[in-house]
Design a protein around this ligand. Sequence first.
Ligand code: MGD
Ligand code: MGD
Ligand code: SF4
Ligand code: MO
Length: 724
Amino acid sequence: MTMQRIHGACPHDCPDTCGVVTEVEDGRAVKFYADPQHPITEGWLCAKVRPYLERVYHPDRLQYPLRRVGPKGSGQWARITWDEAIAEIAGRWREIIARYGAAAILPYSYSGTLGLVQMTVTSSRLWNRLGASQLERSICGAAAEFAVEATLGVRHSPPYEHVAHSKLVIIWGHNPASTAPHFMPHLKNAQRSGCQVVVIDPRRTRTARGADWHLAPLPNTDGVLALGLAHVIVAEKLHDEAWLETRTVGWPQLRERLAAYEPGRVAAITGLPEAAIIDLARLYATTQPALIKFADGLQRHRNGGQTVRALLTLPALTGQYGVCGGGLAYSTSGYFKWAGVSHWENCPPPARKVNMNRLGAALTGEVINPPVMSLYVFGSNPAAIAPNAGLIRQGLQREDLFTVVHELFMTDTADYADIVLPATSQLEHADLHKAYGHTMLTYNQPAIPPLGESKSNWEVMGLLAAALGFDEPWLHQSADEVIEEILTASAKHNPAFRGITLEQLKQGQPVPLALESATPFALSPSQGQGLGGGPYFPTPSGKVELYSQHMAEAGLDPLPGWLEPEQVEQFDPVNESSPHLPPEGGQLLTSPAPGRGSPPLTLISGAAHHFVTSSMANQPSLLEREGTPFVEIHPADAAARGIADGETLVVENGRGWCKLRAVVTDAVRPGVLASPKGRWAKLNPSTSSGRNVNWTTPDALADLAGQSTFHSNRVWIRRAEDRG
Ligand SMILES: Nc1nc2c(c(=O)[nH]1)N[C@H]1C(S)=C(S)[C@@H](COP(=O)(O)OP(=O)(O)OC[C@H]3O[C@@H](n4cnc5c(=O)[nH]c(N)nc54)[C@H](O)[C@@H]3O)O[C@H]1N2
Ligand SMILES: Nc1nc2c(c(=O)[nH]1)N[C@H]1C(S)=C(S)[C@@H](COP(=O)(O)OP(=O)(O)OC[C@H]3O[C@@H](n4cnc5c(=O)[nH]c(N)nc54)[C@H](O)[C@@H]3O)O[C@H]1N2
Ligand code: SF4
Ligand SMILES: [Mo]
């Protein structure tokens, strides 16, 4: 018996993109652990990926293609061959294209894997060639991406280890202890050497528990908080006037706008004490280097985009961009600009876009000319993870919708498919991984043969392309050929890729991008010239765009701003009257809590510690650690509603309802509920509602970039035994 050690990458939606090692004996993976040599992973994996072989060899892994033989959602399937499955899909699509055009086909994919081949290329090439609807990929961080690029020109972020230089870190609406675990040892070390850590989050998260100071504002008020901090900094003349004059556009206009954000008003809106706002402003302006770190949870709100714009003003006010240990940590994605992914030059003009946050609406009449007649889902589980899930389920039940789901498991979404295709796990296919928390490229070598008849996303694209008569070579390359083509094309446009070869990547160690400077926006010799030295921003002006002409031209507020709750309500009536069934024995709420006298609460649903969204949320050991699906509620809010710890609650609004177990805790602030995302609706055992929190979440869009607004979710709660 020979043992092989195969190097790979963790494919999940996490900024750390760890290096992993699989030990294989006789074609079977027997051990899976952290690559001891990977400089980010540093020899340990997070709690969710450590038991990965439980996922790979889960008895529920799909092994063969299946065709639905009963009514939609009835769980009655017949095994078919790949040839039959592909022929049926191609046949149905030909009919749909003849009658409605290819735009009637909607591919829906997201972050089951973040691989270049199995996600990026697979979400693009065949669909572009076909002329299918484009998916507007805005469920996660679109507003922040837009805001950062509009303000700073690019998404650049310092390496985790730079936090050793920070004297202050504000972790803002972000929970790295769960969502970017390999940042935490660096933060702890910095803290031990005297760096102060402030966490701003309505919930006392794992990250907040280790902070020096935790502030818990009301959700969706961070933009006001940031403008309030800026107001105090300017009022107390703690800002860097010279930096603002030379490095920014729009400082006079911003200054004028800040006048309205005096601390008393900011305190009233955010629910924070006025003194805390003043203290934080002083702390931030006088403790340097000062780093502001956030991710995407913060901006999953109606004001999400402008919130990020407001936060981005702070490092400009204090001249912290371009400083090692200071500035902004958001995402390193901007360093990895691929070329050669889409092959648009060989495709028909792009078809219309469908926003992935509006899937339920799109399937039930919002999208017409042509309507969506076929849905092809891979690397995503929209029935469990997308907002307003009740409406999605209604759409998936449409008899005339032809749904194909390519999956490892029979998910809430796969339940409603006409054809289910079995997918390979990360141990069974090749890929290349960039990261959004660091700047290493990690190659994933397949470790074991595909389980059963499972196939990778890219292999299936090749089969579909052939069946549809597309013989372009760029639809039929091997995964390695795709990677080589893109590396070569990218190196022509991006010096950071120069000299990186597939051969080198396949040796098993991560390969760092060749960056001019590890500190974002620090003077780079080639770019900074002509600006007289100092930080450089690749915006149209070369400066930080506090005022964005580009946004003004697009009809958007060109300055960081904030909408009053009343303005927000106007475009998301809490009781949006989607036609949902009320809970058994209950009434659909159409006006604020009739007869109950309790105001609605804001339900935020951030990352679970032991799942990545709905991935892993079917693994027995992890489900056990996460416990019964629950909702956290502050003791005062619970008492006002007669709710005791451990009771089953109905959480509801005009969109829908679900049942969750009450956890009464002061870890959430008054007015706020918290329930982790990712639960499979059908695995909601003790409360047996067959639904999850997304039955209540809004499918209204945020202020920028079609962003999702999961956390701007107002709900009413009551004990399940109290009949509505
Ligand atoms: N363990 C684990 N890791 C993950 C994921 C997971 O599901 N599980 N998901 C991955 C994905 S897809 C992403 S996008 C990233 C997201 O990474 P993060 O942004 O760190 O994660 P979230 O939990 O979505 O949101 C962070 C925090 O925002 C807080 N929050 C919500 N609304 C507000 C607000 O209005 N103001 C403030 N100040 N805070 C607010 C929530 O309480 C939460 O603690 O994590 C990735 N990593
Ligand atoms: N309530 C609430 N909901 C949220 C959020 C929130 O904050 N609150 N956050 C949102 C965010 S940030 C995100 S990014 C989305 C994430 O939502 P999704 O992108 O849907 O991610 P997952 O839930 O991890 O589901 C991925 C699915 O892909 C499958 N998969 C994995 N690898 C492969 C593969 O190689 N091939 C194929 N065919 N399938 C594969 C997995 O088995 C899994 O079922 O969720 C969103 N949902
Ligand atoms: S989920 Fe993140 S921390 Fe966990 S193994 Fe994957 S990349 Fe590493
Ligand atoms: Mo995400």
